[in-house]
Design a binder for this molecule. Structure first.
Ligand code: FES
Length: 574
């Protein structure tokens, strides 16, 4: 059988003027002519940016990938894409996830690339790259940047994000001085890498491994561990063979692979953000994945890892205990995985992980004696969220998972900040805090503000958790009895927009219920007077986003980006 012609040969294998153009300019940095001989051309999609601190070591990581590509006989070409720094970008990095995915998709399709290595770290850099690559569907391998080393302050582990919430509440409660707060700030993030809690970045790195898009060990090796560089180098070697085998992303990202990932997410107590991102990725590659799949597959799965924000350890401890392979083995032994799912190294998920050894059962608990029981993401329904809302039981307070209380309503995030610490605010620990207009269209971009800080006067009384409901997201590093992603969102006219001060709201997680105790007649009356908020911007990407973004239950992708277009070679440029 004749070998399939590689798409890069449509550039580099040409004679005449076009061949000259495509090769000659690349030679300006010293590429020998033999690199254009038809060997696989590997794109290294790099999200390095000084504005994305979590990805600050990616230049080094890319060099290791390049070494691997050369060793396997490929030709590496690194290219930058929009990098999304969770801590810097305003109003929220999530607003730009879909924009970055377009950059990735078009950069891959428009260039002479046969296979691609995705360098991903900070929260949104993982889904945006996987979404863009899925819409092209070339052979693809993911390399995560790895978590930072553990933060330590005064003899205690301090976790990214988690301690920002814990300590800022201590300052507000008068239990910590501002000077101590600043000292802790300097002790938390002490190496390259992404958040070292089981926040969204670590969750998504685990999803990369569980989906089979990354190599075993991808999730947990710290960014500064030499083995992280080895993973990058091995990925560089492997992608060359994946091109030769035509092992495309769609052969890895199958429905069974997503089902495995959902169960792994439950077992690691992973971020609620994974729900939105995995649905968006699935819809790009052409796999049907719905909110209900999360509820169905998560039921009966226990949280095995005792990591912040749900527990006390950090990713470095997780790595030394054996990392994600141990979790995958535990789930596989319970019959909770599709063991035959294919992974990037050409082996099945089970073959990769069946012999994983647990070196610290305090960090990774056995399934028979789990850290927390039955804690998969719960999908709520009811007249307050006809298209669903979610809660992360592993991060919630058990006694609040069944609770009815009067609403204290904040119309938007500015209203919340202005009033939450007002001593006159009528609120107590039984109240249900409701935040509107923070969804995809409303914020815009669905910011991580759903874990509203509690009022200072209640913190001072010793209250540590309350039921909070919004159409926003929550940082993967956060915790609490927090109902998120209520859909449709308030700004799209969802029932959340109609909640008024004092309305009774019932949450019953066991029954998967979120109910607003207001009659249909009264709601219809309120609906008749509701007016949508003014769009935040009349032009540019913000307008495109607000006009086209889907709701959280559909992955919050832009409606015209759902699906894939493949990687057909476009017309010549001259
Ligand atoms: Fe980048 Fe947390 S801020 S991963």
């Amino acid at each position: 059988m004749a070998a399939r012609k590689r798409r890069s040969q449509e550039w580099f294998g040409r004679e005449g003027k076009m061949g000259y153009i495509y090769r000659s300019w690349l030679k300006n940095r010293g590429i020998p002519h033999d690199q254009f001989d038809g060997r696989p051309v590997i794109g290294i999609c790099n999200t390095y940016s000084e504005l994305t601190p979590c990805n600050s070591h990616f230049r080094t990581l890319a060099e290791h990938v390049k070494t691997g590509v050369h060793e396997a006989g490929g030709f590496p070409l690194e290219f930058p894409v929009m990098s999304l720094g969770e801590t810097m970008l305003r109003p929220t990095a999530m607003l730009y996830r879909n924009l970055a995915s377009m950059d990735v998709e078009e950069s891959i399709r428009g260039n002479p690339i046969d296979g691609v290595v995705l360098l991903m770290g900070c929260d949104k850099t993982t889904p945006s790259l996987l979404m863009g690559a899925s819409s092209c569907d070339l052979p693809t391998i993911g390399v995560s940047g790895g978590p930072m080393l553990s933060g330590w302050y005064r003899g205690e582990r301090h976790g990214s994000g988690t301690h920002a919430w814990v300590l800022s509440e201590k300052v507000r409660a008068g239990e910590m001085t501002v000077e101590e707060f600043h000292e802790a700030e300097s002790c938390t993030h002490r190496s390259h890498g992404h958040c070292m809690t089981m926040g969204t970045a670590s969750t998504m790195a685990s999803m990369v491994e569980a989906l089979g898009v990354g190599l075993p060990g991808n999730a947990a090796f710290p960014a500064v561990d030499a083995r992280r560089n080895v993973i990058a180098r091995m990925a560089g070697r492997r992608i060359v063979d994946m091109v030769k085998e035509d092992l495309r992303l769609s052969k890895l990202l199958t429905k069974p692979a997503f089902e495995n990932a959902i169960r792994v997410n439950a077992a690691i107590g992973g971020s609620t953000n994974a729900v939105i991102h995995l649905i968006a990725i699935a819809r790009r590659i052409g796999v049907e994945l719905a909110l209900e799949d999360w509820d169905r597959l998560g039921r009966g799965v226990h949280t095995l890892v005792d990591l912040m924000p749900n527990g006390k350890y950090l990713m470095e401890d997780f790595c030394y205990a054996g990392g994600l392979p141990v979790v995958i083995r535990e789930l596989g032994e319970q019959g909770l995985l599709h063991k035959e799912a294919l992974t990037a190294n050409g082996q099945s998920l089970w073959d990769n992980n069946k012999d994983a050894r647990n070196d610290n059962p305090a960090v990774i608990t056995p399934f028979a004696k789990p850290f927390k029981r039955d804690t998969g993401i719960a999908v709520l329904r009811g007249n307050l969220c006809p298209d669903g809302a979610i809660i992360k039981p592993s991060a919630a307070t058990p006694r609040l998972m069944k609770h009815t209380g009067p609403a204290v309503v904040f119309e938007n995030i500015e209203d919340f900040h202005a009033r939450v610490d007002d001593p006159k605010l009528a609120i107590d620990e039984k109240s249900v805090m409701v935040l509107k207009n923070c969804g995809p269209k409303g914020y815009p971009g669905m910011a991580e503000v759903g874990n509203m800080p509690l009022p200072a006067k209640l913190l001072k009384k010793g209250v540590t958790d309350m039921v909070r409901i919004s159409d926003a997201r929550m940082s993967g590093t956060a915790y609490g009895t927090v109902v998120l992603h209520a859909a449709p969102e308030a700004a799209a006219g969802g029932p959340l927009a109609l909640v008024r001060e004092g309305d009774l709201i019932e949450l019953d997680v066991a029954k998967r219920k979120l109910h607003l105790h207001v009659s249909e007649k009264e709601l219809a009356k309120r609906r008749a007077t509701w007016k949508p908020p003014k769009p935040p911007m009349a032009r540019g990407y913000w307008k495109l986003y607000v006009d086209h973004v889907n709701q959280a239950s559909e992955g919050a992708d832009l409606d015209f980006l759902v699906g894939k277009s493949g990687a057909a070679v476009p017309r010549d440029n001259h």
